[in-house]
Design a protein around this ligand. Structure first.
Ligand SMILES: [Ca+2]
Length: 560
């Protein structure tokens, strides 16, 4: 049994990632403050580095085509039937059909062979493909990482540099690169840009716990504000028929999104808010390693006691997202960590608040604090690469560039212009989609617009005129959490070029170890209150090369 759990933990550790990003509530309302100019001047701001030689005019034939194939500008991009490319990405679509993909075919004449895999299987499949040499022209989604860009881009050249193509053919992407800080974040340590940028206004809190307020009412308790009160609520959920179905045994007080557990975030209740790699950000803005800190140990001890009391989903380390959603849909969860409560509770978001409430940061009178995930906008730099299997990567780049046109971005993000969104004066009005017939509603539902793990773009701070504003749960999270968030976010600078070769090994081994050991302590397979076991856990990091790893990441503090 023990062996089996460890094996499963190792498997799940490999797939942990962040599925947040740019909101899926449909109302792009992330409070953004820093983006001054929504429409920056295009690409000419690049002040004369040695890429200037590439600024030679694009050579076109009498038809305006490059290489007799691609129109250098405007639409369509190619003639019908002359070019196709493949995209591999993770997506949870059941149909594999996307409204805007069809639109882009009509606009560009480019055919796309879309290969989508559920997130749980996508990483394994991508690695198989990469090892076999038979990989798609574009790889994208939440399965990529900095380490992969370094390995397959910088080191091996499987992912190709794109900055010259952007400069020649992609005015929209070039403009995005000129937004404050974007080019810097997108540029790998060797000076090249390997990915299509995905830039958006973003929420300051990604994943957080949601609590069922009906359950709370059923057991006659108030919203908890301390870890003691929270524990008492979870106990009441377990002991009573909190969901009110007549069976007092089917309640699971606490669970979390299997792909994005974020349990260590709750170490913030004890004063040490952490990300899934064991990092924290200190009051002075410095990023530090906290996976061996006393406060994290205090959290593990507390959470292990919840687990031992049966207050935590006993499948928390082994279930897949379908199982999690299944239990949530059957009203079995009192509290779960999620990006949004509708993801597991399965209700349709309306203009009214659901029965799920934001669980506030606990112990705030005693140093309780939560990690700020973004400063209000995000630059995702690992969402889509073009591989060396692609013929004419410039056509692919232009295809994405066209997807970033304002009305196309709106189509991917909210719904097609002319169906869901209508131009009105200088703005765009978003209608109540329930006024559409059922078939159309389905077609233009968020998940069927565009593979949402791929880059898209609407100007940061863009607001729709709303006919029927939906309840904005993420905004409720922000309002509740803002007074108790860290001032800064964790540093995500690229590493230096001379560490590229060794970085991935350290990062993978240490991340996996952190995740796996956390599960062992929480599930009680290792005794968190035993000093020798704790010391052996701490030593384990050093054996995996923690010092070298932190040096590469330019982190100089290990919190005790
Ligand atoms: Ca029940």
């Amino acid at each position: 049994m023990k062996k089996k759990l460890v094996a499963m933990l190792l498997l799940t550790a490999m797939t942990v990632t962040t599925l947040a990003g740019c909101g899926n509530s449909g109302s792009d309302s992330a409070g953004n403050s820093s983006a001054g100019d929504d429409a920056p001047a295009a690409a000419d701001a690049d002040d004369g580095d040695d890429a200037e030689a590439d600024a030679a005019p694009v050579e076109v034939d009498a038809d305006g085509k490059v290489d007799g194939l691609m129109y250098a500008e405007g639409l369509p991009i190619v003639d019908e039937g002359t070019y196709s490319f493949s995209i591999f990405c993770d997506d949870s679509s059941s149909t594999g059909e996307f409204y805007m993909m069809d639109e882009f075919k009509k606009q560009t004449n480019v055919d796309v062979d879309l290969q989508i895999f559920a997130y749980e299987n996508a990483t394994e499949r991508m690695n198989l493909d990469l090892n076999s040499g038979d990989y798609a022209d574009v790889i994208g989604g939440w399965i990529l990482s900095d380490a992969m860009i370094l390995t397959y881009g910088v080191e091996q050249g499987v992912f190709i540099p794109l900055e010259d193509i952007f400069e020649k053919y992609c005015p929209n992407i070039s403009a995005i690169l000129e937004l404050p800080g974007v080019r810097e974040k997108m540029t790998a340590p060797d000076g090249h840009i390997y990915t299509i940028p995905y830039v958006c206004g973003d929420v300051s809190v990604g994943y957080s716990p949601f609590i069922n307020s009906r359950w709370l009412e059923n057991v006659g308790m108030e919203m908890p504000t301390t870890t003691e009160e929270f524990e008492a609520v979870l106990k009441a959920f377990k002991e009573q028929d909190a969901n009110g179905n007549g069976d007092a045994t089917d309640e699971i007080p606490f669970s979390t999104d299997p792909n994005n557990k974020h349990l260590e975030a709750m170490a913030g209740y004890f004063g040490m808010p952490m990300d899934k790699r064991g990092f924290t950000v200190l009051d002075n803005g410095e990023t530090a390693f906290a996976a061996t800190s006393a406060k994290y140990r205090e959290f593990l001890s507390w959470f292990n006691s919840l687990y031992e009391q049966g207050l935590v989903d006993q499948e928390i380390f082994t279930q897949d997202s379908a199982t999690w959603e299944g239990k949530g849909n059957r009203d079995m969860y009192g509290v779960s960590i999620a990006y949004g409560s509708s993801e597991y509770a399965g209700y349709v978001v309306t203009s009214e608040k659901s029965e799920y409430d934001v669980l506030p940061v606990l112990n705030t009178d005693n140093g309780g604090i939560w990690l700020r995930d973004t400063p209000g906008n995000s630059v995702y730099r690992t969402q889509a690469v073009i591989t060396d299997n692609a013929e004419h990567p410039e056509i692919i780049a232009r295809w994405f560039d066209n997807a970033f046109e304002l009305e196309n971005g709106i189509g991917c993000n909210r719904g097609p212009v002319g169906v869901v969104v209508f131009k009105e004066g200088d703005g765009y009005r978003a209608i109540d989609t329930t006024t559409l017939d059922e078939e159309t509603q389905e077609k233009v539902s968020w998940g069927n617009l565009w593979p949402q793990s791929l880059p898209k773009f609407v100007p940061i701070g863009f607001k729709y005129i709303e006919d029927n504003p939906l309840y904005d749960e993420k905004k409720a999270v922000e309002t509740t959490y803002e007074p108790n968030l860290t001032k800064d976010v964790i540093d995500t600078s690229w590493i230096d070029m001379d560490s590229v070769e060794i970085y991935s090994e350290y990062a993978t081994a240490i991340n996996d170890y952190f995740t796996e050991q956390q599960a062992l302590f929480i599930s009680g397979e290792k005794d968190i209150d035993n000093d020798a076991e704790w010391q052996s856990y701490v030593d384990g990091f050093e054996n995996l090369g923690l010092s070298e790893y932190l040096e590469i990441r330019k982190v100089s503090t290990i919190v005790e």
